[in-house]
Design a binder for this molecule. Structure first.
Ligand code: ZN
Ligand code: ZN
Length: 457
């Protein structure tokens, strides 16, 4: 299906709330349902839900197929998700449809559990995430509505390492993440030299910021780098992984961003859709930040949105911090300006296949995963990819999986070879599970070698 006009038809802002009452890592864990309940109270108190600019939507369930378009869930989708996950992912798809049908101009899915730490292969929960709501929306937009180029801006304080992993080799998805420097915060990644696979160099842009970065620093990054890069890239859609843990009261991080700073960020970025990620200052930040963002999205005055203890000028950026941030942006600007040459050089350097090994740690579930990823550098398509994955928990092997992924524009030769690798590993039983993700046909297959049982979506 060809991309169609998604310009403003009614000007409404769509909202979905899903606090997931029955999902928490533990009762006292910061990732719990109160995260959204205070926000909801504040929004009702402000009378936002009665405004003609705002339209509330009811969530629906995402299907296993929606999830398989992005993830290889080991052993299967059902084992990795609860109903809450399906509703959170389904909520973003509901807003995607409303946007595409022209019923809304923009929208915000205030849902949990969050998703941006979930990678392509899923053995368990990482950083409170099992499945990546944002990535599921991107692949849905492309499959269902034919969009090609999509930009994701991740404004959570933690590096969006899962989203980065999923689109690492995809030159049509621009992923920009700013976050507190990974040397000082989970998940420890997100440096400028992480810039995408050989065919997509410069389409992953990581902006680590020093702890204590203020509104001034973040708006410098936005004005001088993120907005001009988006203008260059010309995406069909701009999507925002809206994490609110850059706030100065957040208990899990050390930044000094204000609710007003977040609202102004949203106004400038003007994302088509926002998906909530983290944010753990349940009473002191979330209600203010969310209210400000919603007002900015709806084109309403947000100047009165202010935390009770905030006065303008509360935080001042040091000269050293300013120099730090400017140097990082200088480095990233060079990557962005030279992206096509970087790709050319990388393709000349690698042979027919590109390989990388990864170690992935699941902090919540204490799983250690080793991956070997191989991508064919094909000159007729984006090339097929395989991931050999082995997960360990404690002393024992938890599961092993061989995953094959075919891109949307797969050429005949990549199709045949990918299919062959899938069949070969079904036979040789080296792995517990074998998967084939065929984005071109929108079909997904998972095979258990022990029972010789195959599921198709
Ligand atoms: Zn976060
Ligand atoms: Zn090919």
């Amino acid at each position: 299906m060809a991309a169609k006009d998604t310009s403003n038809k009614t000007g409404k802002t769509g909202l979905i709330f899903f606090p997931a009452f029955d999902w928490a890592i533990s009762p006292t864990h910061p990732e719990r349902e109160e995260r959204l309940l205070y926000t909801r109270d504040q929004i009702f108190e402000e009378g936002l839900m009665d405004l003609p600019e705002i339209e509330e939507y009811k969530p629906r369930l995402a299907t296993p197929k929606d999830i398989s378009r992005v993830h290889f869930c080991v052993p299967n989708v059902e084992a990795q998700v609860t109903e809450a996950h399906l509703i959170a992912a389904g909520s973003v798809l509901t807003l995607a449809d409303a946007k595409e049908e022209g019923a809304i101009r923009n929208g915000f899915a205030l849902v949990r559990p969050p998703g941006h730490h979930s990678m392509m292969v899923v053995h368990g929960n990482r950083g409170f995430c099992n499945i990546n709501n944002m990535a599921i929306m991107v692949e849905y937009f492309r499959t269902r509505y034919g969009h090609k180029k999509i930009a994701i801006v991740d404004t959570d304080v933690h590096h969006g390492d899962g989203t980065q992993d999923i689109f690492w080799h995809d030159p049509d998805v621009l992923f920009i993440s700013f976050h507190q420097d990974g040397r000082t915060l989970y998940p420890g990644s997100g440096f400028p030299n992480e810039m995408g696979g050989p065919q997509a160099l410069g389409r992953t842009l990581n902006i680590p910021l020093p702890p204590g970065t203020t509104d001034e620093g973040i708006h410098y990054v936005l004005d001088n780098f993120i907005l001009p890069v988006l203008k260059d890239f010309k995406p069909d859609l701009v999507l925002n992984s809206a994490g609110q843990d850059n706030h100065y009261t957040d208990p899990l991080a050390n930044m000094r961003f204000s609710a007003n700073g977040y609202a102004r960020l949203n106004e400038k970025l003007a994302p088509d859709l926002c998906v909530l990620e983290g944010g753990y200052a349940i009473e002191t930040a979330l209600p203010y930040v969310n209210t400000g963002i919603i007002q900015a999205m709806a084109g309403l005055d947000y100047s009165h949105v202010r935390e009770p203890d905030y006065v303008p000028g509360k935080f001042v950026q040091s000269a050293e911090m300013k120099r730090d941030i400017e140097a990082t942006i200088g480095q990233l600007q060079e990557i962005w300006d030279n992206r096509d040459r970087l790709v050319e050089d990388a393709l000349a350097e690698h042979g027919q296949f590109y390989r990388r090994r990864k170690r992935i740690f699941y902090d919540t579930d204490m799983i250690n995963e080793g991956q070997e990823e191989t991508v064919r550098l094909c000159d007729r398509c984006h090339g097929y990819m395989t991931i050999a994955s082995q997960a360990q928990k404690g002393y024992g092997i938890l599961n092993s999986a061989f995953c094959v992924s075919l891109p949307r524009n797969a050429c005949t030769s990549c199709r045949e070879d990918a299919r062959e690798e899938f069949e070969e590993h079904k036979e040789d039983s080296k792995f517990n599970y074998v998967y084939l993700q065929d984005k071109q046909k929108d079909t997904y297959h998972s095979y258990e070698t022990r029972t010789r049982n195959q599921r198709d979506y």
